[in-house]
Design a protein around this ligand. Structure first.
Ligand SMILES: NC(=O)c1ccc[n+]([C@@H]2O[C@H](COP(=O)([O-])OP(=O)(O)OC[C@H]3O[C@@H](n4cnc5c(N)ncnc54)[C@H](O)[C@@H]3O)[C@@H](O)[C@H]2O)c1
Length: 366
């Protein structure tokens, strides 16, 4: 198969759809790979790195789309890319169709087959191509939180690990899912005292089993949240109710109970946030202050660490890319039920129930 890796042109996106390691595997499997010049630079991979493993570099994005049978990228195509996607092409990337009718209509019109990373789903309901980004964001939440706890950043002036003779900082983690566990692990590693809350007892039992004793689990309810926000320095929002807006666990009025300089990192901002005062921010201007509480609510946290994010993402996408290239999308999806859940548009027809419902489209049988 001819596989194309275009440069991401969405604002502030430095990740790339495939690393040289991925190209190496494709070439080893007798596929031809075209990479747009400079596509990997933002993530620290240069044209020579791709050439060395057998890719051909093309200057323009138009050339990459025109020659490729499958496009592998990171973000959904933006309007400048719509006319480049062609009939019969496979596009494998994050799409989030339900949030854009324009994108949905453009991909239907193109006649392409669109396989969305975010809906590839394992048998146990987990989303293997979203997990690595939650892992990145969870770990990063503590790094950012620690930074904004510093006085010049308007925080309480607390060092999370403390020092001999001074108690460590206290971190409250809301949600013991992928984000929450990674955040708790990083905070514990720094020596902070960690309290982690969830409504799922299985998750709490797991955390209790695997974490050190300075990570304490408690059931998530309003009483416990009200109690802990008074004494914790850093609060991480990592709750998710699948397919729904995040529940608001901390109201505006509850900020009055927090000490000045408390820091909130609401990772769940992309689902509306679990704090009433959350509003999305960017890496250029990541924080704002309400009632002396610092809010960090960047909606694409992994974008700040493109090297790690690219490698983490392509580690999990590559096995699917190889299946698609080796067998074609029909056989690959017939054999791999997880991958088949990623099929959102097949040769221009929407096949994903939630998108059909979102835009009142006619259902199609495939
Ligand atoms: N901002 C970013 O850059 C970024 C990056 C990655 C993920 N995210 C977001 O982070 C959020 C968490 O993702 P995840 O992968 O950890 O999800 P997950 O499904 O692994 O974990 C969510 C956890 O929240 C728990 N939960 C639900 N209701 C709760 C409540 N009332 N109190 C406490 N816990 C509750 C669930 O039981 C679950 O354990 C999602 O909204 C995700 O989209 C944001």
């Amino acid at each position: 198969m001819i596989v194309g890796i275009p440069k991401e042109i969405k604002n502030n996106e430095s990740r790339v759809g495939m690393t040289p390691a991925g190209v190496f595997e494709l070439v080893k499997n007798n596929h031809t790979v075209y990479v747009q010049s400079g596509a990997g630079e933002g993530s620290g991979f240069f044209d020579e790195d791709y050439q060395q493993v057998g890719a051909t570099i093309l200057e323009t994005i138009q050339e990459v789309y025109a020659i490729s049978e499958m496009i592998v990228k990171v973000k959904e195509p933006i309007s400048a890319e719509y006319p480049l996607v062609k009939k019969g092409q496979i596009v494998f990337t994050y799409f989030h169709f339900a949030s854009s009718e324009a994108l949905t209509r453009a991909m239907m019109d193109s006649g392409a087959t669109c396989i969305a990373y975010e809906t590839v789903e394992d048998e146990d309901g987990t989303l293997p191509l979203l997990t690595p980004m939650s892992e990145v964001a969870g770990r990063m939440a503590i790094q950012q939180g620690a930074k904004y706890l510093e006085k010049p950043k308007k925080g309480r002036g607390v060092l999370l690990g403390g020092v001999p003779g001074v108690a460590p900082g206290k971190v409250l983690v809301l949600g013991a899912g992928t984000v929450g566990i990674q955040a708790a692990k990083m905070a514990a590693g720094l020596g902070a005292h960690v309290t982690i809350l969830d409504v799922n007892m299985k998750r709490l039992r797991y955390v209790n089993d695997v974490m050190p004793s300075h990570v304490v689990t408690e059931f998530s309810n309003e009483f416990n949240i009200r109690k802990h926000i008074k004494t914790h320095d850093l609060i991480i929002g990592g709750v998710l109710i699948k397919g729904a807006k995040a529940p608001k666990l901390i109201s505006k009025e509850m900020l009055d109970d927090m000490r000045p300089g408390t820091v909130i990192v609401d990772v769940a901002v992309d689902q509306g946030g679990c704090i009433e005062t959350t509003k999305p921010t960017t890496h250029e201007d990541p924080t704002y202050i309400i009632n002396d509480v610092v809010h960090y609510c960047v909606a694409n946290m992994p974008g700040a660490v493109p090297y790690t994010s690219t490698v983490a993402l392509t580690n999990v996408t590559l096995p699917y890319v190889l299946k698609l290239a080796n067998m074609g999308w029909r056989s690959a999806c017939n054999l791999d039920k997880s991958l088949s859940k990623g099929l959102n548009i097949v040769e221009g027809e929407i096949v994903y129930k939630e998108i059909i419902e979102a835009f009142n489209l006619e259902p199609v049988l495939v």
